[in-house]
Write a protein that binds this ligand. Structure first.
Ligand SMILES: [Zn+2]
Length: 315
């Protein structure tokens, strides 16, 4: 039985960290340590089970770049060949500790703030070789860096992690395709330009916390055969428009992951808008249809709508 308690608006809260707590129960084991998931926007999360703090694609700066943005946003605008500037004051106000940082791929809205956060926290970073080469260019020590290709299943203290091969969203009406990779022979000089944050291949993660398995997505795409047998109790499901260009995305994703009891949409927002700006357009376009579809396809699954900087507590 899943219980959901919430207070206040869950959709359009202003920038007020952790005011609203959603409590849900994924399993009947009430002895387990609650899992806390704070939505950082884009594909970003801070997840803690009381033992470890794991960041996923922590992108806090939410720069106005690439032509996107809002007329009421008076921050500077960045072009893709500009050198970006992380909003370190904002990051410091949100991120205080991390043991691990998991990076799905190297694009700026996933990796852009990781150089600063990795240096600040000393967290171990797990990502593709491209991701790791970018972090090396920023001077992150090798001891913190774990390059993976997909298929690894690593045991750490109090935490284990299966790395799942994946593929990037089918952007540009399926014309997106980028085979570029950075490797040990690539010469990179930090700071990089936004367009030097290349994809470099894509991953998913099965993060096994105390009593909860979380399957994470950083794109609106997946390799079905690589998910066979992975049945998490919490799925962070990529829910943005490009998924509509895929064959039965929602149906195949729910089925192959075993109809997870809790599904939390991720990467559904407009990440070029600062925290506090309305995300109503993306809620309407992405979340409402997805929630309706899950209700039809997997009625026993509970979809929780995440709100920027608010914490979902799974008992
Ligand atoms: Zn991307």
């Amino acid at each position: 039985m899943i219980q959901l308690k919430k207070s206040g608006s869950i959709l359009f809260a202003l920038f007020c960290a952790s005011i609203i707590t959603i409590t849900a129960s994924a399993q009947s084991d009430t002895e387990s340590t609650p899992l806390q998931l704070k939505y950082l926007g884009a594909a970003g999360w801070e997840i803690s089970d009381g033992n470890v703090v794991v960041l996923i694609d922590p992108y806090i700066s939410r720069l106005k770049y690439g032509g996107g943005g809002h007329p009421d946003d008076d921050r500077p605008s960045f072009a893709r060949n500009d050198v970006p500037v992380s909003d370190t004051e904002l990051i410091d106000s949100i991120i205080t500790r991390a043991d691990f940082i998991l990076v799905h791929h190297g694009h700026f809205d996933h990796l852009g703030d990781v150089p600063y956060i990795a240096r600040k926290t000393g967290a171990k970073v797990i990502g593709t070789e491209t991701t790791i080469m970018i972090l090396r260019a920023y001077g992150i020590p090798n001891e913190q860096l774990y390059a993976v290709g997909g298929g690894e299943d690593y045991q750490f203290d109090n935490f284990s992690l299966r790395i799942v091969p994946s593929i990037h969203s089918a952007l540009n009406d399926k014309h997106y395709f980028d085979t570029r990779r950075y490797d040990r022979n690539t010469v990179l000089e930090a700071p990089l330009k936004i367009n030097q944050f290349i994809e470099g291949g894509s991953l998913m993660f099965l993060a096994r916390f105390d009593h909860h398995d979380v399957l994470t997505m950083g794109s609106m795409n997946f390799v079905e055969r690589d998910l066979e047998g992975i049945h998490p109790d919490i799925l962070l499901a990529g829910v943005n428009g490009s998924r509509l260009g895929l064959y039965k995305y929602d149906e195949r994703l729910l089925k192959v992951t075993g109809n997870p009891p809790i599904i939390i949409p991720t990467h559904w927002d407009n990440f070029r808008l600062p925290y506090g700006f309305s995300q109503e357009a993306n809620v309407t376009r992405n979340l409402i249809p997805f929630i309706s579809t899950v209700g039809d396809l997997s009625p026993r699954s509970k979809v929780i709508t995440p709100v920027h900087l608010e914490t979902i507590v799974i008992e």
